[in-house]
Design a protein around this ligand. Structure first.
Ligand code: PEP
Length: 230
């Protein structure tokens, strides 16, 4: 079955780097899952015709107006984005984003027919106090549980960029608690220290529909291996 494999470049790269990356990725990819690349917003338009679906990494909660520095859903759509990550733990923390603002962003994206990828995940402290389920429920409580075409990315904060990966049982418990919130089947991705060496194991042994890959996605060859359909 084809899964959704999302590369999150974060604030890495340059025009030349991304051009090389696409060349390399296309040379190395054989039969791959559905692939989406979340580029820094300034590069989306330049790479819209490279035959790979593109994603934003964030969007404004507002439609338009006096919001210096922000990018609207309409602008992302105009640039060629089909997807947009919202609620990434780095944005929640560094930009002080609330669940309510993530809800507004979700609505803006839906209005422009961009697929939101809503990131959720617990800190180490929440995990250690066994409050992961409540935490995930709270993060997702702002979304309409009947919404169609929802993509949630479960990304435990303690697993992002650390080399630590939850056990398959831990992933399935978290994914199960996310699925039970929604009335319709939804796509749930896992993100946090995914590499070529663990991607297939995670896809085979847990109830996920794909992966969100940060650090390892910057290497086109490695990402091509992660995205390869076995
Ligand atoms: C991320 O930040 O979305 C992520 C999954 O990062 P990494 O793969 O580097 O842990």
């Amino acid at each position: 079955m084809s899964n959704l494999i999302v590369a999150n470049f974060k604030m890495h790269g340059s025009h030349a780097f991304i051009e090389d990356w696409f060349t390399n990725f296309n040379q190395n990819k054989t039969n791959s899952h559905d692939v989406v690349v979340a580029l820094p917003a300034t590069y989306i338009a330049a790479f819209r015709d490279y035959g790979i679906m593109l994603s934003g990494q964030n969007v404004s909660a507002y439609e338009s107006g006096a919001f210096t520095s922000q990018i609207s859903a309409e602008m992302l759509k105009d640039s060629g984005a089909d997807y947009c990550i919202i609620g990434h733990s780095e944005a929640r923390e560094q930009l002080n984003e609330s669940n309510e603002s993530i809800r507004e962003k979700f609505d803006q994206l839906k209005r422009m027919q961009i697929n939101p990828i809503v990131c959720v995940g617990e800190s180490l402290q929440v995990k250690e106090t066994e409050k992961t389920k409540d935490h995930l429920r709270n993060q997702l409580s702002v979304l309409d549980s009947e919404t169609e075409d929802l993509i949630v990315a479960y990304e435990p904060i303690w697993a992002i960029g650390t080399g630590l990966v939850p056990t398959e049982k831990e992933i399935d418990e978290a994914i199960g608690s996310i699925r039970e919130i929604f009335k319709k089947p939804i796509k749930v991705l896992y993100g946090g220290s995914v590499k070529a060496s663990n991607a297939q194991i995670l896809l085979d042994n847990t109830d996920i529909n794909g992966l969100l890959v940060g650090g390892a996605s910057l290497n086109a060859q490695e990402f091509a291996k992660i995205a390869q359909l076995c």
